[in-house]
Design a protein around this ligand. Structure first.
Ligand SMILES: Cc1ncc(COP(=O)(O)O)c(C=O)c1O
Length: 462
């Protein structure tokens, strides 16, 4: 094993890794000639050849261009099929174009897409979400980023406080408040080795603390200038980080003590079950936000809150007291198309049975991966949470974002992802998250276990 400080758990020397990488790059080029052609053509009309910057960030010379995505499979232009464990970074958590979602979309698209009036289906959405997450009042946005932004505004308006406290190395969308990192000596930094955060406002309205650090949380909340704390119950964007026992409950208590709202972002942790992590662990957030998967990936997001907050909104700045409702919600938010598709997806796709399948298969996958690590004496950790699991290149489970990011090894990560991609498997770029859909089969799981086995055994020199 190589033990230089930066990549102590790489298993293999730099030169050998480069040699393997070259081999895999050659295989990739041979398999994906049409994607390369399209990518080169796209340079003339799309910045760097893709519609968003991150679509090009797979560690390959170019991304594969897709023809279609169905169930838990992706199909590229060259006719390659991939079993998908990225699932649109959760947007397609229930598979690509689930039948009930697709049917609802087709039906509704001919009956109206967007108006400036509500449809009756929105009432049912409120009931369904209330049952799952335990909060009585709901509002609809287009994306999870937006939902979080509107919640920040409401929290500021209600508390009169400017700042938002978030967790180091968390991600809640492209929000200026939550993008800074915790640098040396607790100083806030806009850029890190991992994230450039271009254009984020310098005058930050953030307070940032490490996950699982209750002392730091209390110290920062004691300034009494935070409108809200936003957190995922399990960190999912810097690898996965599980909460210490009692941490989220203590966070709740501190928020109450210092008059700060608690916002739980369930956008990824919805994969934990029917009512997300919140229902499973009886969490008591003031606000809950959720997007991406709730309409099968069709853009829609929601935020829920308590009755007291509903009353406070109306008493202070809601439509009953202020005539101008601008600043919260966009024109397309809550459109009848998104609402109809969300309702059908929640009722018929995101069912308790679907979650049971997803979680059971995750356990099967994780058991298989753990056996490979043991067999090869590989000191990497494996985190399991609901329908997702994550391999981290470190010998222990990280307790916070700093520990997780300190052990990032981009070279190794991109290599392993390329290795799997060449064998018809896609996992989440930027880290090693693997998410199970309701249509992922035992055979699919075995393919992924075999892929990692081949990859790790070679790296470990067996
Ligand atoms: C936990 C969490 N919240 C919010 C978001 C923002 O979602 P979107 O990009 O769909 O707005 C993300 C995106 O990855 C996320 O991981």
């Amino acid at each position: 094993m190589i033990t230089d400080k930066k990549t102590p758990y790489r298993l293999i020397g730099d030169e050998d890794l480069q040699r393997l990488k070259e081999r895999e790059r050659d295989i990739f080029r041979t398999r994906t000639a049409k994607s390369k052609e399209i990518f080169e053509k796209a340079q003339g009309m799309l910045l760097n050849g893709t519609p968003t910057p991150w679509m090009g960030d797979w560690g390959t010379e170019y991304p594969v261009f897709l023809e279609k995505a169905v169930g838990n499979c992706l199909y590229d232009l060259d006719g390659n099929e991939y079993i998908d464990y990225c699932l649109g970074d959760t947007g397609a958590m229930f598979g690509h174009s689930p039948e009930a979602t697709a049917e609802a979309a087709v039906k509704q698209v001919r009956r109206g897409i967007t108006t400036m009036l509500p449809s009756t289906a929105s009432l049912e959405i409120g009931t369904e979400l209330g049952r799952r997450f335990g909060l009585p009042l709901w509002q609809v946005a287009m994306t999870a980023t937006e939902a979080n932004r509107y919640v920040f505004r409401i929290c500021r308006a209600l508390t009169g406080r400017p700042k938002v406290l978030s967790i180091n190395e968390s991600y809640h969308g492209s929000l200026d408040e939550t993008l800074p990192h915790l640098g040396e000596g607790g100083k806030l930094e806009l850029r890190s080795e991992y994230d450039m955060n271009p254009g984020v406002a310098k005058e930050t309205l953030s307070r940032i603390v490490e996950f699982n650090d209750i002392e730091a949380l209390e110290r920062e909340l004691a300034y009494e200038d935070c409108a809200c704390v936003i957190t995922e119950p399990v960190m999912t964007n810097c690898g996965m980080v599980l909460p210490d026992e009692g941490y989220l409950e203590q966070m709740r208590d501190l928020c109450t003590k210092y008059g700060t709202y608690l916002v739980i972002d369930e956008t990824h942790t919805f994969s934990f079950g029917y009512g997300g992590y919140t229902k499973a662990f009886g969490l008591k957030p003031d606000f809950l936000t959720l997007g991406k998967s709730i309409a099968g990936g069709i853009p829609v997001a929601v935020y829920g809150f308590t009755k007291d907050i509903g009353e406070a909104i109306n008493a202070s700045f809601g439509h009953k007291s202020v005539a101008d409702p601008m600043g919260i919600s966009g024109t397309l938010s809550g459109n009848m198309f998104a609402i109809a598709v969300m309702l059908e997806t929640l009722r018929k796709v995101a069912t308790p049975e679907a979650f049971r399948h997803m979680i059971e298969k995750q356990e099967k996958l994780s058991d298989g991966l753990a056996a490979i690590l043991r067999k090869n004496s590989v000191p990497w950790s494996l985190t399991r949470s609901g329908a997702r699991c994550e391999l981290q290149f470190m010998p222990f489970l990280p307790r916070n974002g700093r520990e997780a990011k300190e052990h990032f090894d981009w070279e190794l990560m991109y290599y392993t992802h390329l290795f799997l991609e060449n064998r018809g498997i896609v996992i989440t770029p930027f880290h090693n998250m693997m998410l199970i859909s309701p249509v992922t089969s035992d055979g699919d799981i075995q393919r992924l276990v075999d892929g990692w086995d081949e990859c790790i055994s070679e790296l470990a020199g067996r």
